[in-house]
Design a protein around this ligand. Structure first.
Ligand code: SF4
Length: 382
């Protein structure tokens, strides 16, 4: 049954926003270091990229800061990759982190979230997979390998630098996930995989570690069996922890140099989720630990309309989702694709990104008319 609650929920957690509790460090980039990287890349700079490099240089010189707050994953990338790559990487991160706030439409999306499957084996209480009108056709399905390869080829050619393999479903349920990872291997700065960790195999651990996945997110919300299994319905806490330990052992034994960054990531929405307990438990088995507030997305369409929220949604400039069947969407809050922006079986990524629906969505969001769109009119993301 679908709940009917408003989008912004007060869980009594004070001003809890997001906490990355481990993995923080003080590593930073300086003007001199950036200048050296710039020299290594200067012959390859387009006009647009040159302008970005100038902005970064200026900001480092005058404020000793980057134009955005460099996060842990960015520090991790820089520390684990040769300086020859830094300039190009930071240009990409500028486009991903700064362009959306400037509402600048990039020529080609630098970040794609590609969904191998829309099916999930769990029924987490805060997820749209509990919406029974969703967990059936036409919404449920598996991406064909040929379509995946077509998307990857186009993405590489167009200039995508980061992909996430996940969206509405559990990616490890795709029987050819290994082949997908192998195909994408070495083609992007960032390959991220989100998983609930329930059905991991030794073989898949090897594939993840050998194919250049550099960010692996364990979706897990509690360090105790009873609470975990109340939230992640159908999940078995002991099996998941054993799987994470198996992954860590394989990594240590066969891929000790792997720069993969693992994150134990939880959704915070119950008062009995103890932040310190979560941190202390998961920091022993993951590189970093993160908790974020719950978005009440499982019943997005049934949320009350929120006329007070009228700011443009950054997702429209930042990323694009591609579902298993080729449908493109600006987000997975809209898990039934009311906002469908096109289909990759009929149009190119670039055509969809600059197409009529995306353009109208952006225009409306910029002119206080996001309420023209369901579910933007009842969604808290800005
Ligand atoms: S406002 Fe919400 S529903 Fe609309 S595009 Fe953004 S995330 Fe999706």
């Amino acid at each position: 049954m679908v709940n009917s609650k408003i989008k912004i929920v007060d869980f009594g957690l004070g001003n809890f926003k997001q906490r990355i509790m481990t993995g923080d460090d003080n590593w930073t980039i300086t003007y001199d270091i950036f200048n050296e990287c710039k020299q290594l890349y200067k012959n390859k700079l387009s006009q647009e990229d040159s302008e970005i490099v100038d902005i970064i240089s200026y900001k480092l010189k005058t404020d000793d800061k980057m134009p955005w707050e460099v996060d842990n994953s960015e520090k991790h990338f820089l520390k684990n990759n040769p300086t020859e790559l830094w300039c190009e990487y930071l240009i990409f991160r500028y486009k991903l982190r700064v362009y959306p706030s400037l509402k600048k439409v990039i020529d080609f999306p630098v970040y794609l979230l590609i969904e191998p499957v829309s099916v999930c084996n769990l029924r987490c209480v805060m997820c749209f997979q509990v919406d029974k009108t969703f967990t059936k056709k036409p919404y449920m399905g598996v991406m064909k390998l040929d379509l995946f390869k077509k998307i990857i080829d186009e993405a590489v050619q167009g200039g995508t630098k980061a992909i996430t393999l996940a969206s509405r479903g559990e990616p490890t349920m795709h029987k050819k996930l290994g082949e997908m990872l192998d195909y994408a291997s070495g083609k992007f700065f960032e390959i991220k995989l989100n998983t609930n960790g329930t059905i991991l195999t030794e073989k898949l651990c090897h594939t993840i570690l050998s194919s250049g996945v550099n960010s692996l997110v364990w979706s897990i919300d509690a360090p105790k069996k009873e609470l975990y299994e109340q939230i992640r319905v159908r999940g078995n806490f002991d099996e998941v922890i054993d799987n994470i330990k198996m992954f860590n052992e394989i990594k240590e034994k066969y891929y000790s140099d792997s720069p993969i960054l693992t994150t134990a990531s939880g959704v915070m929405f119950r008062e009995d989720q103890d932040i310190d307990e979560f941190n202390n438990f998961f920091k022993k088995i993951a590189d970093q630990v993160a908790l974020q507030p719950c978005e009440e997305r499982w019943d997005t369409y049934f949320n009350e309309v929120q006329p007070d929220i009228n700011n443009p949604c950054m997702y429209l400039w930042e990323r694009m989702y591609i579902w298993f069947d080729g449908i493109c969407n600006p987000c997975d809050v809209d898990y039934k694709s009311y906002l469908e922006t096109g289909n990759i079986n009929e149009k190119s990524i670039k055509e969809v990104w600059h197409g009529e629906v995306y353009t109208k969505l952006r225009d409306d969001h910029l002119s206080d008319k996001r309420s023209n769109w369901n579910p933007c009119d009842r969604c808290g993301i800005q």
